[in-house]
Design a protein around this ligand. Structure first.
Ligand code: SF4
Length: 389
């Protein structure tokens, strides 16, 4: 039994979408009718379970994130009920960040004031592109105009804190197309932006097309040129890169995601949601678990037992140290060498001798007690991270 009083983050998974994007490997499902009421009831019941758990009871919530799937398929009243239950179960920090992900295809002018009134204070919109050709290629249900309209609605509803996602390095995409996307993005003066390069994840239609040679990825040089254009354009607009794919005005970074990268505790509620408790016990350095992925089986398990956990993993020292580094090195400020040493008994370079080679190769650097990826290292981050897994 572990008693920790540190604040934690809460993730709520809404697994339903209007259609499935061909690149998506998230736990998202398209159904004839979304069982909003039953699924909301299951979330409330699961929350009740953790309210009674020694690991979480009485701890303060620092951020809440409704992710998916498409949380904006749910009515403000359902989101409000969930938030009410959370605040009954746990104390919320006075400036608790409460984010809801929205798909422009589900945005209308009535829901967003409702989400705000329910307590949501940050919206993250899946824009992906403002180019009709690319939206069609990505299989998005929204048009470029609907994307723009969604951002107008979010701002008119009074959300000063909002973010949106862009996807780059699409097959055939030109630098000029990317530049056009970045320019439109900046017209909205977003306090936060995420830019992800397209990947072909196993099990997705895009992966199948890629394997059969019908889809060709950009060359590494083309991807690097795009990543550099993004960083320069956003930097000129005052948006600092604080994580590999995330940019923010000073003070506007995502607290919820920072908690993941800083190895903080989080509780995931809903189908397929993941949780993590970092407290050490015995020889273990943390525990992670995940819920049943199928929404139907998740609801059945909750109705039956109040929980729906299917996988649990205890992290040993080596695994926990690797995670600490590959998550922390995603942030441009890097990881505190002192924090690493006090948790794992050795400096990062003594734990992973390869770090010295990467420092010599100008892929990493150590400044003011923080180990971080250099500009070149950030461009090649994935090939470094596999070494920690
Ligand atoms: S809207 Fe998002 S979660 Fe849903 S299928 Fe598309 S990428 Fe996946």
């Amino acid at each position: 039994m572990i008693h920790c009083k540190e604040p934690f983050s809460l993730y709520i998974h809404i697994p339903y979408c209007i259609s499935k994007c061909p690149y998506c490997d998230f736990n998202s499902h398209v159904v004839a009718e979304i069982p909003e009421r039953n699924y909301t009831d299951a979330l409330l019941r699961e929350l009740e379970h953790y309210d009674n758990s020694d690991n979480w009871r009485g701890r303060t919530v620092q951020s809440i994130f409704f992710g998916g799937g498409t949380p904006s398929t749910f009515k403000p009243s359902s989101i409000g009920n969930i938030l009410e239950q959370i605040s009954t179960a746990f104390p919320l920090e006075s400036d608790c960040e409460i984010t809801l992900e929205a798909n422009p295809g589900t945005v209308d002018g009535t829901n967003f004031p409702g989400y705000r009134d329910a307590g949501v204070n940050r919206i993250s919109v899946g824009i992906q592109s403002f180019q009709p050709r690319l939206l069609k290629f990505l299989g998005r249900v929204h048009t470029a105009d609907e994307g723009r309209k969604a951002l107008d609605v979010v701002r008119q509803a009074g959300f000063a804190d909002f973010s949106f996602d862009l996807i780059f390095a699409n097959p055939g995409q030109t630098l000029a197309e990317l530049e056009a996307d970045l320019n439109v993005a900046l017209e909205y003066r977003p306090p936060h932006l995420s830019a992800y390069n397209l990947t072909f994840e196993e099990g997705t239609p895009f992966h199948h097309e890629y394997r059969s040679g019908r889809l060709r990825s950009l060359t590494e040089d083309e991807e690097i040129a795009m990543a550099e254009l993004i960083e320069q354009t956003f930097f000129a607009a005052g948006l600092q890169r604080y994580e590999i794919s995330n940019y923010a005005l000073p003070g506007c970074h995502s607290r919820h995601n920072m908690n993941y990268w800083q190895n903080g505790d989080y509780l995931g509620i809903g189908a397929g949601a993941h949780s993590y408790l970092r407290a050490a016990s015995g020889f273990m350095f943390g525990t992670r678990w995940s819920n049943e992925k199928s929404p139907g089986r998740y609801m059945a398990a909750i109705a039956d037992a109040g929980i729906a956990v299917t996988d649990r993993e205890e992290l040993d020292r080596i695994k926990a140290a690797g995670e600490f580094l590959f998550l922390g090195l995603r942030m441009t400020r890097g990881v505190s060498s002192e924090a690493f040493s006090s948790r794992f008994g050795k400096s990062p370079a003594d734990f992973y001798p390869k770090i010295k080679i990467w420092i010599e190769a100008d892929l990493m650097e150590e400044t003011k007690g923080f180990l971080r990826l250099t500009h070149r290292g950030l461009l090649l981050a994935n090939s470094i991270f596999v070494e920690f897994m």
